[in-house]
Design a protein around this ligand. Sequence first.
Ligand SMILES: O=C(O)CCC(=O)C(=O)O
Ligand SMILES: [Fe+2]
Length: 256
Amino acid sequence: FEFYGQENWQKSYRELCDREEFETRNLYCLNQILLPKFINRRIEILSWQPALLRYHGFFDEQKVDHFLKIINNKTLVSQGITQNGKTIRNAKREANGSWIYWKDYPDLITSKEYIEKYLPEFNFTAAEPISSLSYHPGGHYYPHHDYLTRKSGEDWWMDNMRNRLATLIFVFQNAESGGGTVFPKIGLTVRAEPGDAFLWFSMRGDESLEDLSLHGGCPVYSGRKIIATIWIRAVNQPILSKILDGNRTISADLII
Ligand SMILES: O=C(O)CCC(=O)C(=O)O
Ligand SMILES: [Fe+2]
């Protein structure tokens, strides 16, 4: 299988993507009922430290179909790099995507409220809009950190909401072959089912970069992968104030 940008992918990363034994760890699973709404959380802890959690059946079929309908009706644009106002093809990222703004989709309000109730550990007023992504065969996203290097004064988000604390990904459709999310420094690939979500942290307790959060979208070989990402910013997050020894990798016990 050949794809544009494949020369960037080292063999060890491709192996993590392609070999089934790296897919899951089943470290620890728990089932929680969150009151008062009786939300049933089926959590699989894929990595304890740094925390990497998969939520089985986060969205039901109806909500997944709703998101798929919205994404399929949107004009998705190539996620290249913009230079001098022109988007050029990026050998490290071959995907199409679009922002979904909650205000444009009043019907999504129940899903928005559901996310907030499902993950009460986070303050979602500090979350970016939804970023929807679609990968066709040959699509991929070379491993990177979601933590940004922009300086304050350069953008509104950095100045007001600080850097990205955590990434929450919803899976709406799986590729037939390929297309997991690889974490080379943790040594595993997440291949969650439609309706599942997974989450990890891009920063340590002192808001510095969590280097172990390196991750990428594995190349899609056949079929189409459709996911959505929500980046949660650091401002007013109760989790960060719970961490006493700041310069530490965030561990899963803070969010279960
Ligand atoms: O496609 C993936 O699995 C990962 C997407 C990603 O890393 C991102 O949206 O930042
Ligand atoms: Fe990412």
